[in-house]
Design a protein around this ligand. Sequence first.
Ligand SMILES: Cc1ncc(COP(=O)(O)O)c(C=O)c1O
Length: 443
Amino acid sequence: MEGKSVSEIVARHTYGTWRAQRGWKPPHVTRAEGCHFWDADGKRFLDLSSQLVCVNLGHQNEAVVEAICRQARTMAYLGPAYACDVRAELALKLLEVMPRGLDKFFFTTSGTEANEAAFKIARMVTGKHKIIARYTSYHGSTAGSIAATGDFRRWHAEPVSKIPGVIFGPETHCYRCPLGKSYPGCDMACADYLAYMIDHEENVAAVIVEPIVGTNGVLVPPPEYLPRLAEHCKKRGVLLIADEVMTGWGRTGKWFAVDHYGVVPDILTTAKGITGALAPLGVVATSRAVSDYFEDNFFAHGHTYEAHPLTLAPAVAALDEYRRLNLLERSTQLGEYLGKGLRALKDRHPSVGDVRGLGLFWAVDLVRNRETREPFNTPQDKSARRPLVIDQVVAELGRRGVSVLGWVSHLVLAPPLIVTEADLDFALEALDAALTLADQKVG
Ligand SMILES: Cc1ncc(COP(=O)(O)O)c(C=O)c1O
């Protein structure tokens, strides 16, 4: 340690994720509570993106922390071949909140692993191997899930993580439609194009979508999109996988984003908010039609830490906390408040091209030119480590005590669901000031 700061030791001896290592200066955080965390100098930050859109209950939720401690004392570990109380308890609780009919669960320790499992399950059940994903998407970091990721993070993993059989289709992006159309005149051409792909590819096992695309821009689809896509998949015997790693657990005002659209996927994957991120847990929820396949066929998947009791107990407590604190309604109400504030900012700042969101999940999309909707920077810029306008805005927000996730040319706003109107006012004021930096670059 001698002579070196915590930040320097961490940067020198541990990896910074999704970046070149040179120049990494991780802020040294010494305390976190509720919607805030503090650095070593005692400076307080409002956690406007809930870290990686995961601390949905806020930092250090007491009931969840206590559940971890209690479980550690009772039974900290048990292998997946055994039954224990907390595993049954969580399974029953999940039945209460999952879309109806998704009633058999595989537990993982991340969203990435949940999607890996989902792909394997879909491929085994259908006997087919192709997966259709969409370009504007993120599904995880390991071989299969990064291969199914549409965004630039995949480029860096190729060719090592190029798994044959993944093909990409268009996303639903009404602000920058990849098909050059506009809603509602488009008649959901983006959903129909995925059906066209299924028909012309053959051997498609599954289509995976983030029901509301997360990191890549909080893309909320029109109401008809998911029902149309589900219908296309059903008609063709192709499984629909809803990746709710980011959108689950009240983030959008419902337990899951698919609940807004009355769609039940064949497989739903989730993680993050299931424990409020206080322990690493992911889940793959499958329909009975899917799970029945494995009654007499080998379920060829597993992990040492599958159904790890220390990850299950906090999920049980978290579920109770979402209810006790009324967080789904809170997400809806405060989401409307935040949305109103963001729209007002859009009126004042020429650099804001679009604001969009649902519940407490919003994007502020920054543009060089409102007419052309040209963003300040592109994924190519980010990938090549060119300076990004969004990073300047994020840095300015940091100086003003607001921590927020910036991505390519937009901000992802996703505060803990316990956030207050006063917290949001503080954030909106900081945003108002920080956006003037971007306004100066509008041309
Ligand atoms: C939609 C989506 N899927 C999958 C993942 C991967 O989850 P994890 O980081 O827990 O592996 C993420 C992570 O941000 C995500 O947003």
